[in-house]
Ligand binder design. Structure first.
Ligand code: ZN
Length: 522
């Protein structure tokens, strides 16, 4: 490649007939097959030449001259077998992968990022940190959380609940299945046609595992007569959903067949939408700040495409009001939201919080969705001040989305080094030798009394090995204890990322770490 670049060869394209093309590539059976396909589809054929050294059947899209390629800024990254036309019945070919950039620096940044992403792969980190597992007996796409992984999931839930309680939410609980009629009414039976798991009863009814939770929540709303004074009603819960994903698409925690979502549905009047959306955005901001992710995002105010009004359901006047409200929410909370036309759901406008994952890929995490349709489909009503029956509006909210996908993102974002409040083990106690294990127990007890998650490491190992092990586990604080520490009732503190930060009285350390955990700092 470097030789060719140096020669400064021009790329020249030429349109050809299939007869000409067949003649040029008469010894290349695969190309002859392509030429036949193209002729059948009546596609224009073209040939490209690189100087006189290389001729190929090509649609084009080239640099004009090989000199335009920076010889220091490309890299052949890998080779792999690939079946002709993607079918395993066909012969296997060798495919060479490469990347090219404008500058050497850009290439280096890219390669480094790939390297880093490999190290941060959540499947690898999840195993090393003992957070979750899969079992052939349980089945593919069905994650199992270990005790450590469960701590993280529960901490995330507790934090969400703690913040949400400030905004008047109520917890509810629903079963994992329902009759198909529930989803026929909601419209999900059609939407998730191929992804529904069916559960047969021994008696009469066929059930499906729930692919979403909204329809169940409407039935809690519908369980009693509601008045305008009862609204808003805010139901939240974290509960499992099931979707029959294609085997080829299942991978790690990013795409699973069973996943738990932090779901919430608010039933309110049209004039309450703004305040409810605002409060949900406040919850989102507080939660993402505790994780250090606030600021790494942008907000999409997803509204209708004015050119295709027929695509949306509901009354135009309600839509107009709701779209105006979400823009006001963004302005008043300084969310800096961008209005994105055509991104609304068919049932209403949305506020979507977009983040970037460790590889720079954009993903939607938190969302607030206004829904004029579902309450109508289920015939939900409330009595107005004037004694009339009206349909409430439904707001769907998700703060972290699926816990599985969220854990994968967090693992890759932190490279496994969770913030103190989330870390499965917050403190490791490292006795210098067997002699000091009873003092280590005493330190552990003092910490556990304050609900701090502690582990005592194996005193049979050298202190150097104990430190290395604890560091590999990315434990935020390590406390080394020996003769000196016992005498002064203290601990020698090592902080993750900082190393040795000195000796402290045990009582002072307990007080400080408790404060740090309660602050929920990222
Ligand atoms: Zn919903």
């Amino acid at each position: 490649m470097r030789e060719i670049i140096k020669q400064g060869l021009a790329f020249r394209g030429k349109k050809v007939t299939s007869t000409e093309a067949r003649k040029t590539f008469k010894d290349q059976p695969f190309k002859l097959e392509l030429i036949k396909d193209f002729a059948r589809e009546k596609k224009q054929l073209s040939i490209y030449k690189t100087g006189d050294v290389f001729t190929d059947l090509c649609r084009g899209g080239h640099v004009k001259n090989t000199k335009e390629i920076n010889p220091d800024a490309f890299r052949l990254t890998s080779i792999a077998g690939a079946y002709w036309k993607g079918s395993e019945k066909n012969p296997q070919l060798q495919r060479v992968y490469g990347v090219a950039f404008k500058t050497k620096r850009e290439l280096e940044v890219y390669l480094l990022q790939q390297e880093e992403a490999k190290k941060r792969d959540h499947r690898k980190l999840g195993k090393e940190l003992d957070l979750f597992t899969f079992s052939d007996l349980v089945g593919p796409g069905l994650p199992l959380y270990t005790p450590r992984g469960t701590i993280i999931i529960n901490e995330l839930y507790r934090e969400l609940l703690r913040i949400s309680k400030d905004y008047g939410v109520q917890e509810v609980k629903i079963p994992h299945m329902a009759k198909i009629e529930l989803y026929e009414t909601s419209g999900h039976a059609e939407k998730f046609k191929d992804e529904l798991f069916k559960v047969k009863s021994h008696y009469d009814i066929e059930f499906v595992l729930k692919p979403v939770n909204c329809p169940h929540h409407t039935q809690i709303y519908a369980s009693r007569p509601r008045s305008y004074r009862d609204l808003p009603l805010r139901f939240i819960e974290s509960t499992a959903q099931h979707r029959d994903e294609k085997p080829g698409e299942i991978g790690g925690l990013s795409r699973t067949r069973s996943f738990t979502v932090d779901d919430g549905h608010t039933f309110c009047r049209v004039d309450q939408i703004k305040e409810e959306a605002k409060n949900t955005c406040r919850i989102i901001e507080r939660f993402y700040k505790a994780l250090g992710l606030w600021g790494d995002h942008w907000v999409s105010l997803s509204v209708r495409d004015p050119k295709t009004p027929e695509k949306y359901i509901g009354i135009k006047a309600d839509w107009d009001k709701a779209e105006k409200m979400i823009q006001e929410v963004s302005k008043e909370l300084k969310l800096g939201g961008k209005v994105v036309k055509g991104e609304a759901a068919i049932y209403g406008p949305k506020i979507d919080f977009m983040f970037k994952d460790a590889l720079g890929k954009e993903i939607q995490l938190a969302t607030v969705q206004i829904d004029f349709a579902m309450p109508k489909r289920f015939g939900l009503t409330y009595t107005t001040a004037g004694g009339k029956q009206e349909t409430p509006v439904m707001l769907h909210r998700a703060i972290l989305g699926s816990y599985e996908r969220f854990l994968a993102i967090l693992l890759e974002h932190y490279a496994g080094a969770f913030p103190l409040w989330l870390a499965p083990v917050q403190v490791a106690i490292l006795p210098i030798s067997q002699k000091f294990t009873s003092y280590a127990e005493k330190v552990a007890k003092a910490l556990r009394e304050k609900n701090i998650r502690v582990e005592i490491s194996d005193a049979n190992e050298t202190i150097g090995k104990q430190i290395r092990e604890a560091e590999l586990q990315k434990i935020p604080y390590l406390l080394v204890v020996g003769e000196k520490e016992i005498k002064s009732n203290s601990v020698a503190v090592r902080k993750r990322g900082k190393g040795d930060i000195g000796v402290e009285k045990l009582s002072k350390f307990v007080e400080e770490i408790s404060k740090e955990i309660n602050e929920r700092k990222a």
